[in-house]
Design a binder for this molecule. Sequence first.
Ligand code: NAD
Length: 294
Amino acid sequence: MTSIGFIGLGIMGRPMAANLVKAGHSVSAFSRSQESRNAASALGIPVVESVRAAVETADVVISMLPDSPDVEAVALGDEGILASLGPGAGYIDMSTISPAVARRIAAAFRDQGYSVLDAPVSGGEAGAKEGSLSIMVGGDQGDFERWHKELGAMGTTVVHVGESGAGQTVKAANQLVVAGHLQMLAEAVVFLEAQQADVGLALSVIARGLGGSTVIDRKTAGVLEDDYRPGFRAELHHKDLNIVNDAARTAGLSLPVTSLVSGLVQSIVERGDGGLDHSILVSSARNANAAVNA
Ligand code: NAD
């Protein structure tokens, strides 16, 4: 049994922490909002009242926070994880953040003798609940092996992809692929509806052929019901695509489809729909075509 401090009990963090409890670990969890803490308590996750209380007796601390500034503040700030961690403990950030920030955080922890990993995830809320996440891990091989069992309680695919920051680089590429798949699902739905096809039936066939994807498997039910409750908020995908575009610019790359879908996701956020699921791209494609054909 490992003593685990868990910070960030949102859509993803709650089921991930619940799976660590189920695997027999001793979890002390904290999240900033009272609502998240209450929802976590209701799932049987032991909740404490501060980052320090979650961290000080932990063997390893896991964070699952929205964005790079949140992770920097919680990891490196006064009363944060680094300031509160006991000797010999480890830190694993599983949020999706910029690879450069992940490397900076890793250096700060390593300088003080702590083991540290970046371990972002893919698989969405459903994968978090099932404990079937894909986890892409950056850091030293020894640190990866040390915390492999704990990561395995949350995911079925746990892969060491390189040094610190490499997990976030792979996750950025993952988000580029997901954005492309979603936009093509959106365009397929608009196309099928215009031909009066049975969209559910059509997607059930497409899903089993070369055009199939986890995006189709996971998002079709919501799309058919016009239900865009998150899931994965469009504003978080916007954040991730900014990470991709920044890294691509630095590397001098041209990624035309990524740029196009990034613009579409940005316009969703700008019109105030960033709190909805990223599959709202389907509704945007419908509206754009309705406007063209009006
Ligand atoms: P969320 O907004 O639902 O949860 C974030 C939680 O962090 C909230 O409960 C909030 O109270 C807490 N928090 C924020 N700032 C804090 C602070 N300073 N101190 C303590 N707690 C704080 O977000 P989410 O959907 O769970 O996503 C978390 C991360 O996982 C993001 O980086 C996201 O990009 C990534 N991710 C999300 C999904 C998904 O499908 N939702 C899938 C893969 C990866």
